[in-house]
Each structure stands twice: as C-alpha cells, then as structure tokens.
Design a binder for this molecule. Sequence first.
Ligand code: HDD
Length: 694
Amino acid sequence: MSSPRQNSPTSKDEQLASYRLDNRGKVMTTDQGIPVQDTDNSLKAGARGPTLLEDFHLREKIMRFDHERIPERVVHARGSGAHGYFQVYESLAELTCAEFLADPSVRTPVFVRFSTVQGSRGSADTVRDVRGFATKFYTGQGNFDLVGNNMPVFFIQDGIKFPDFVHALKPEPYHEMPQAASAHDSFWDFVSLAPESMHHVIWLMSDRALPRSFAMMQGFGVHTFRFINAQGTSTFVKFHWKPVLGTHSLVWDEAQKVAGKDPDFNRRDLWDSIEAGNFPEFELGVQLIDEADADRFGFDLLDVTKIIPEEEVPVRPIGRMVLNRNPDNFFAETEQVAFCVQNVVPGIGFTDDPMLQARLFSYLDTQLTRLGGPNFAQIPINRPVAPMHNHQQDGFHADPIPARQANYHPNSISDGSPEPAGDAGYVHYPEIVQGPKIRKRPESFADHYSQATMFWNSMSDWEKRHIVAAYRFELGKVERKHIRQRVVEHLTQIDHGLAVAVAEGIGVQAPAKVGENHDRRSPALSQANMPPDSIKGRKVAILVADGVDAASVTPLVDALRAQHAVPELLAAADGAVTAADGSTLPVDRAITTMASVLYDAVVVPDGVTAAEALRADGYAVHFVAEAYKHAKPLGFVGAGAQLWTAAHLPTGGTADAGVVTAEGDGLGSQFIDAFITTIAGHRFNERPVDAIAA
Ligand code: HDD
C-alpha cells in the first residue's frame, strides 16, 4: 500500500509496482504455488504422534524462516529509507552533460537511506554518531548514487585506513561493547594516533551528531567530484543538501534518554512525517571551483578532512528533493538497496581523492556478501529505470532470460547488439596522470588542525559548552589515562582553552599552550546562525487532567495543526478528560507511555483542578522540569503555571528564555503566536539549567 498523500507516481514507482505482492483475498500456497491445507499443524502420524518428513509445507516454511537474515551492512547497518523525487531549478548544461540536471521539467525518482554508522541494525537512532545520507537518483541515463553524510569531512584521508578506523570505532572485539558508541578506548586510541581525524572528531563532539530529525540535518557529498560538460570541460564540485526545515539537534542528555524511550525516534519521525503529508524536503546546492583555481585555498581539495568555507565559495542552490512515499517493505527496499559510489552518470566524474578511489571498490564489493551474489542490481529497488543491456550473465539469482542471442561482443548472431554507445556513453574524464608508484601522503594533506580550530572558533558559546561536555563524556569513558592525555595534547593544537576545559573534566594534566589560535571562522558552520524555521513536524505535549480549561487547549491545538505541528494531549490515563465546562477532550496518550524527551515543546493549560492534579503527579512535574532542562519551549496558561513552581524552575533573565505565559482568561492569539514563534526557535540553550534535578 502506498502512502495516502503521494504525488503522481514516478517512473520508479511504476517499475516497483509491478513487483508488489498483494496477499489480500488470496489463497495461501507454498513457494511452488501449491494450495496449503493447514499452516498451524504439522503432518503427524496420529494427533499425538511423530511429525512426518513428508510434510513439504513444514520443511519449506521452516527452511525459509531459517534463512531470513542477511549480513547487516559492515557500517551504516541501522537505517531508514524513503522514496521521492528530485527536480533541478534550471538547466546546468553549461556545467554538466548529466541529463537529469539539464531539464527543470524532469522529476527524477530517488530513494534515500539515512543511517547511523557505528551501531548494529537494531541499535538506537539517537546515539552520538555521524549520519549517513545516501541518495539513489534513478535517472534516464542510469543510476547516480550520492553516498554522503551529515558532516562534510571524514576521519581519515586514505581509504586504506578505513578497516582500521572502523575496527577501532565498532564495539571492542573481546566483549562486543559498547554498542553504537564512540565513547571507548579503541576509538580514542585510534583517533589520537591519527591526527588527521581531529577535524571530523570535533564535528562528532558537536550537536551535529545528534540530529532532531533526518529532515532537519544537512547532507554532504564530502568528496570533491567533477562536473563535465558536453565540451569535455571539467569543474570541481562539492555537493550539499540543505534541509528546508532547518538544521536542528537534540541535546546529549535528551538523546541518551530517547535511546531508551523510543529507540526508533528518527525512523518514526521520518515515517510519521511522510504518512502525515509533511514531506521532508532538501535543497541540493553545489560549490563550484575551476580546476585552475584549485590551489588557491591553502589546503588540498582532494583531502576529505577539509571543507571549503561557504563564505569563500558560496553554495549555489540547484534543485529540490522531496521525500513523499514510505517504502512498502523494509527488507525489500531499505535493507536491500545497494548504494555504490561508483554509480555515476555521464557528466559526473571522480577526482584522485584517495578516499573516493578506495570507496569505488568497497561498495561494489560489499554487496556480494551482503546480498548474496553479483546480481544485486536486479533486485527491484536497485534496478535502474534506464534500460539495461549487456553480456554480463548467470550467477546466483539471475532474473532475466536472455532469449536465444549472442552473449559476447563483437557478434554477428544478434546483429552485433548490444553495441557500446561510444562518446554518447559514459566517458571518463581524460585527466592526465603521471608519477612514480609510491605509498606516500602529499605534503598538501599535512595540516590536521587549522580547520578544526576554525570549526571551534565558529561556534556560539552554548555550542562550545556542548562540545566540551561531549569530549568530557566520551573521554570519561576511556579507561586508559594515557589515551585521555594524548587526546588533550591534540586539542591544545586546536585551541588551548578547549584543551584545558576538557582536561579539567577528565582528570589529566592540562597541556601546555602551543602557538596562537588563528581566529579564522566560518559563520555558516554554527547552528546558532541558522534562522528559526517553520514548526512543521514539531511535537507538542499538552498536559491535561479533569477540570482543564478547554478554551486554553482547543484553539492552540487547531493553530498548531494548521502549521503542520503535531500536538498531543497527555493525561494520567488514556481515554478522555472532562474539561471544566463539562466538555470532553480526547486524550492522545497516557503520560506514562511517553516522556518529555519525545516532544519538542510542552504546554500546561489553565484549569485549577487540572493543575492541582498535575502538580501532585511526579511524572507530570518531572516532565516539565526535564523539558526545561533540555532547553525546550514551555507554555503555561493561568493555573498551569503551578507546574512551573512545582518543578522548581528558576525565573528572571535568561531563565525565562523560551517560556511563554498567559493569564488565565482564555487563550489570546498573542499567546498562540508567541508560542509558535518560540517553537520555531527550537531550543533555548542560554538557560541556567545545571541545578535542575531532571
Ligand atoms: Fe562508506 C556504507 C558514507 C567512506 C565503505 N558509507 C556507507 C553508507 C554511507 C557511507 C552513507 C550507507 C549507505 C546505505 O545507506 O546503504 N562512507 C561514507 C562517506 C565516506 C565513507 C561519506 C567518506 C567520505 N566507506 C568509506 C570508505 C570505505 C567505505 C573509505 C571503504 C574503503 N561504506 C563502505 C561500505 C558500506 C558503506 C563497507 C557498508 C554497506 C555498504 O557500503 O553498502 O562499503
């Protein structure tokens, strides 16, 4: 079944439809199509007798069950997918001969898979981690896979180190702990011995590692790619995805609690948003650099540990992606989708980035084990919508039936078909390469700290506080003191103040100062500089009890829904509450089944009896205190403000940031407007929250 609010189907939707299996109203059969008599009782010699080997249905059913699992991805095992489309704003033909970037009227089908990196398939969504952002464009010239992350840099400069990096990152091999966490010895041992990782590590310690939603995080192609136009001219290009809902994060304490309260938090949010018609949207942008200009940056464009600051090369918006359909089946689509960095279409090419080159092998190779053989491109989700013809054949699970024709080239038996397209086919950029065969890193890759310093300098005060706290948390879990010490020795190269602040929290010697901070910054890196956005998809908890003032609930619910936010009424028990005016308000959830960490904002409406009941309920009081601690918008109407007092929340100055109040004479539009603007502000990190017991 497709989602209710799907736009007109794309060519990929139509292709997938032909594989859809609908069991409704059908008779059960075996895999061979033989009607099944009974699937609950095996065939036995007498009702209490032994089961008979003859029972082919039993054997087939158990055999199929025994083999349901395939190996999970070696990294990015936990992920969630969605269908949609991409549309370019205007023709980019002057830059690239990629046809899907030439025609603004073309909607190119896409399938996107968002993921975490470290954890197993069943791990929690909200761990501190990089998020994968992989997009398969089903273009008329074949599949283009843009396999990126939500951070623009990577930990290592050469793909040959990837197995070492991942071994160090994953649970330690003796006891398989910790799950989905970088806070352990081997990760910090490795990164502190590989200082090239320092820039990516500081991103990982920032709130970017805790996205509120997959629809509220940026994406990056990370590498420098090439656009190649019809004249064969190449331009270096960096790809950026910008979320229309803005870039927003959780806070660390909240993220850890969400991992227990709803391990599917990001997955659920993606699914629910699409089902509700709140389609996640991203703008694709490019940074374009003439090859002749490549040397002007003071770092190497082939080095994935570097970004090009947006202030130096602006991101040019080129198109829009809308995710508007949930998959029909998780395994068939999200699990079996095979992204391969090698999948590029004419007009898009590679560079000599040594990470990119290693990836070109790895993604093709890994699918052989994961999907059980070389024919994974025939699995429906992986099939191009462009026609596919060649002499590759056979192997496990080969679908097509090549009908009485030559299986080699050249041939005269099938009129020479299929014929290569010549220059109309994919033409690799004829880069001139020359050099001795050596295992060496170029000098231009040698600076490991200055962009980490720029990232640090670009952060607001609260972002800096979160980063220090993250280093302290992670290193506080590292057992070996010499590893902690080695990390702060690197941090002092980034910023001495940062190193000292971290050292103070983890019981190691503060390192000596080594040189001055260069003071360069890139304001575009700070989430504090990203303007407030719409409140679409934000979840708002409204705490109610019998005696609540309906007039302070209903208009708010209506206003929030009108802006595509998701208000929910929470009470001590499911069902309904009776408002002060005798009306009945349906309850969406029993408060004990939820937690403040699952919401973006909390409101306590007016109503004396209701407020008294709520203030006597420790769960409700904690709910408010915790939301406050996590810097969330809070609204108190009339008697509802009793909860503020009961939760011992501070008042005055920055303590009031993000707290909206109204007198108890019903809800004016002033309160509603102010509250909606506050939700759009997302979090109020300047509040003094250290003393809040939550
Ligand atoms: Fe990778 C999966 C992103 C470096 C080897 N990677 C994978 C996925 C994403 C990335 C988003 C999940 C795709 C999906 O949803 O199925 N990887 C990156 C980025 C990198 C990067 C942005 C650096 C710029 N990766 C990288 C290197 C290697 C790999 C250097 C190996 C040399 N990555 C893999 C893999 C995976 C993978 C083992 C696991 C499952 C898969 O490919 O299909 O091949």
